[in-house]
Unconditional design. Structure first.
Length: 82
């Protein structure tokens, strides 16, 4: 039996600002999707990979291969290199 083909994803670098943190990492979009589309369709949490979490002004708090970010805490999300 053939296995179904995986839907390819595009990795998009983003910087996310919350009231407390600056989060740098990647989100995974379906081909042709925009960050705006991604956020509109997002549930309560969004998945971010290859993450660095920083204080808004200051030191790096931690890094991780994956975190979930509560959508309700996101004030700004900026696509592009960080």
């Amino acid at each position: 039996m053939a296995t179904p083909e995986a839907i390819p994803e595009n990795v998009t670098k983003v910087t996310i600002l919350t009231g407390t943190y600056r989060i740098k990492g990647n989100i995974h979009l379906l081909p042709g999707a925009r960050v705006t589309d991604f956020m509109t369709e997002a549930k309560e949490f969004i998945a971010v990979t290859e993450v660095e979490v920083w204080e808004i002004v200051g030191r790096q708090v931690f890094s991780a291969p994956f975190i979930n970010v509560n959508r309700g805490h996101i004030q700004i999300i900026v696509p592009g290199s960080h």
